[in-house]
Design a protein. Structure first.
Length: 291
């Protein structure tokens, strides 16, 4: 085909979560441990596995048309790309990742300014240097090849800049968060030339819309039930929905069918109330997408 979108799938911590998200959105991606080129059931797409740390530069260069990476690495590399949308998901939770300034729990450092002349270890070197330079705080920033938290514990540096979602591991290691430097979520980034290509832009916008609709459906379910017409007013008052519940009259009956979309966690509270109001045939079903 003449129109094929080159798309980057983030390799590593976001890999499985991204594949799962695409599956809910309607694409089947198959990844082999022996290949960096995942298969996808879409003749209009070619996928490549790329480290999130490098995604931005490959998209900027046009090696790939679009890809998903953390906003942190796009900013770290100062990649000149178009950010189409953000999508809050990760391997652990649906919380944004946070890059935080961390010291030993008994350190006297209470704010970034207290690190004047200090050595900071991190994987996010470029961003960290710019952060302190913008605040006129002279520090030495060293690249960490891993085990970053251990470096501050062992006294190999004065502080670290590390990524966390909950902060529990940092606390468990006897460390303390001084402040948050940046919040990051996965973003869909696009090469500027690809964005100006009408076919690629439409394809990318479709992908973005369906991925976001899959995220919107998480934790939501559909609920269908039958009820006497006399109970409709009371039922619709307690039944949450995206807009308003759908109500349809049953054939040759004074009963109605009611359908709605609501958070799954609310079902256990609402079903007993619906039963008290005379609802019957209550059916709960999962959702893949909400568009």
């Amino acid at each position: 085909m003449s129109n094929v979108l080159q798309f980057g799938i983030p390799k590593g911590s976001l890999e499985n979560a991204t594949v799962d998200l695409f599956k809910k959105a309607g694409w089947q991606i198959t990844i082999s441990s022996r290949s960096y080129f995942p298969g996808i059931d879409d003749d209009e797409m070619n996928c490549k596995l790329i480290r999130p740390q490098e995604m931005g530069k490959y998209v900027q260069r046009g090696t790939i048309d679009a890809g998903i990476a953390g906003r942190d690495w796009v900013r770290e590399n100062e990649s000149d790309v178009i950010e189409v949308c953000e999508m809050v998901y990760s391997k652990v939770s649906r919380r944004p990742a946070r890059w935080v300034l961390v010291v030993n729990k008994d350190s006297k450092v209470e704010k970034p300014e207290d690190l004047h002349g200090a050595t900071i270890s991190t994987e996010l070197v470029g961003f960290t240097k710019r952060y302190f330079a913008e605040r006129n705080i002279p520090v030495t920033v060293e690249f960490s090849w891993g085990a970053t938290e251990a470096k501050v514990v062992d006294g190999l540096c004065d502080a670290i800049v590390e990524v966390t979602e909950t902060g529990s591991t940092i606390k468990a290691n006897g460390l303390r968060i001084v402040c948050e430097l940046m919040e990051s979520v996965p973003v869909l980034v696009v090469n500027k030339a690809a964005w100006n290509d009408s076919w690629k832009r439409e394809k990318i916008e479709t992908i973005a819309k369906l991925l976001k609709s899959a995220l919107a459906a998480e934790g939501m379910v559909g609920l269908k039930l039958n009820a006497p017409n006399s109970a409709v007013e009371a039922i619709t008052r307690i039944l949450p929905s995206l807009n308003q519940p759908t109500v349809a009259h049953l054939f040759n009956s004074d009963w109605v069918s009611v359908e709605s979309v609501l958070p799954e966690k609310d079902v256990r509270k609402i079903v007993p109330e619906l039963l008290k109001l005379g609802a019957q045939g209550i059916v709960e079903y999962p959702l893949n997408k909400i568009i």
